[in-house]
Design a protein around this ligand. Structure first.
Ligand SMILES: [Zn+2]
Length: 329
């Protein structure tokens, strides 16, 4: 088989009409130029779209193939193989698959690696950092959404004393402070990185059950003890930074997808961790865990009257959760 080609000497732009043949492993150029070269010394350019293939000689001379189809056949006969990268690039299906794999890797890293990394980083940071970040948060909330508690001081002191007497389920229980506030945000309880656990008058009245209140406090202490807020802070700053690097401003929408995915998974995980902490605390202190389930049952029925209840949106009460609390060993 002979392939039509143009020969260039690599120094001048003069074009020579030639044919190329391979006989016993030797490339034979015939026509206006005649030269032989073992095919092992030739370099064949990679296939790229419609560009002519190039066959280069060690001295810089080269052939530009005119008859591409015949050349492909010749390559096949001589056992020439494109590099794997080229073969993959040739196929848009492979390109698409590679793209999908990349997206999957990014999403999975967000969902699984980042929370782990955040947990690791939080663990190495001294608790003092949490405290520093948390400082001022309560003052800010007091100025904007919270007001002094209107509960009887004897009642709040009794609740605090009762919870303080309980044993934490993990060693090295953190310092914490329980603060009661009247709120504009309804029945709620939340922990600040400073270790302050804010309990609203509204949730105390709604639950109207001291054992159930111990459940709320145990759950929030779980958030403090496991440093969930710090983990979340580290994670969201990492997300913002990584998303900007990865996607730039153009694909702000794309960048949001993993963020949202992650948040769903992360909140479910930290809620489960805090629930498990509360379950363990109830068990360690011989409290009935039906009272823990009661927290979410009561919040759920209160939430039906007020679907915008913020405690519910951050602490979704569902049957699965209640079943977990009641069923955990
Ligand atoms: Zn929670």
């Amino acid at each position: 088989m002979s392939v039509l080609a143009s020969y260039y000497d690599g120094r001048t732009s003069r074009r020579h009409q030639v044919t190329l043949e391979v006989v016993a492993g030797v490339a034979q150029v015939r026509g206006e130029i005649e030269r032989d070269c073992p095919i092992g010394q030739l370099r064949v350019s990679e296939r790229f779209a419609r560009a002519a293939r190039k066959v280069s000689f060690p001295d810089g001379a080269y052939l530009e193939i005119i008859d591409g189809a015949a050349f492909r056949e010749l390559l096949q006969e001589t056992g020439h193989q494109d590099s794997l990268v080229v073969r993959l690039q040739q196929s848009w299906r492979h390109a698409l698959a590679a793209c999908a794999v990349l997206v999957a890797v990014v999403v999975l890293s967000y969902v699984y690696l980042l929370p782990l990394a955040a947990q690791g980083i939080a663990a190495t940071l001294p608790v003092a950092v949490d405290r520093q970040i948390g400082q001022g948060t309560l003052e800010f909330l007091d100025q904007h959404v919270l007001a002094p508690s209107q509960l009887d001081a004897r009642r709040t002191q009794a609740i605090t004393a009762r919870f303080r007497a309980l044993t934490a389920p993990l060693p090295d229980a953190p310092d914490y402070q329980i603060v009661f506030r009247k709120s504009r945000i309804g029945p709620n309880a939340f922990a600040l990185p400073s270790g302050q656990i804010v309990v609203t008058d509204e949730i105390v009245r709604l639950l109207d059950d001291d054992d159930a209140l111990m459940g709320v406090l145990a759950h929030e202490l779980g958030h403090v003890h496991r440093r969930h807020l710090m983990r979340r802070l580290i994670q969201s700053s990492a997300i913002a930074a990584t998303a900007t690097v990865l996607f730039g401003d153009v694909s702000a929408v794309l960048a949001n997808i993993p963020t949202v995915l992650l948040d769903l998974k992360y909140s479910r995980d930290i809620e489960r961790e805090a629930d498990d902490y509360a379950i363990a605390m109830f068990k360690a202190n011989g409290l009935p865990r039906q009272k823990l389930a009661l927290v979410f049952e009561k919040l759920e029925s209160a939430g039906k009257d007020d679907p915008a209840s913020p405690y519910l949106s951050s602490h979704p009460a569902n049957d699965e959760r209640i079943a977990h609390i009641l069923g955990a060993r």
